[in-house]
Design a protein around this ligand. Sequence first.
Ligand SMILES: [Zn+2]
Length: 220
Amino acid sequence: MSYEHVVSVSGGMDSATVLRYSDILGKTLAVNFTYGSKHNEYERECAVRLCQHFGIDLIRLDLSNVGKALKSNLLLSGGEIPEGHYEDENMKLTVVPGRNMIFTSILAGIAESNGAGKIFLGIHSGDHAIYPDCRPEFLIAMNDAVMAGTDNKVCLEAPFIYSDKESILRWGYEHGVPYEMTRTCYKHQPLACGKCGACQERLEAFRLIGKTDPVAYEEK
Ligand SMILES: [Zn+2]
């Protein structure tokens, strides 16, 4: 079996949208990473359901041991998930150092191994403030590294890099993304909390497009 694209699917709404984007354009192989985050076990179920829904093949990779060597409140080994707006200073506590860079390197190896020429990344403008490896300068530099490291067989594309959460959601609704199958909350609990930065950013995007978020919340 050969593929045209490789996409990392966490189970969150951005990755669900980019998964759909990639699948519309060509045969897609999805990859889900477990890296010891507090919300991994809930997100992962969503990744599996999304791939089943669209009939997309999924590889699940366990990087828990890599996660153990990193420091972040997002991880089971770290402190509490802060509450507040996504761009607040305290949300930097949830940054996992190099996460996107590490994932992209692995995706490049998987893409080349499966004959896929492109990796789609779900990064967007809302990530730029706190995640250095989600910014345009990272995308350009990492694309150069991936192309050089694969003999120009694989490149990167981030279709939503200049879009905000609201436009991603609009695009997704127009293209049949089942947001009821996604999970965004950072906390280690089955029900989304409604208070962490990830929940707040998601709820704000739904408000801005005039729709009700189909997932259940503890409080909102
Ligand atoms: Zn939350």
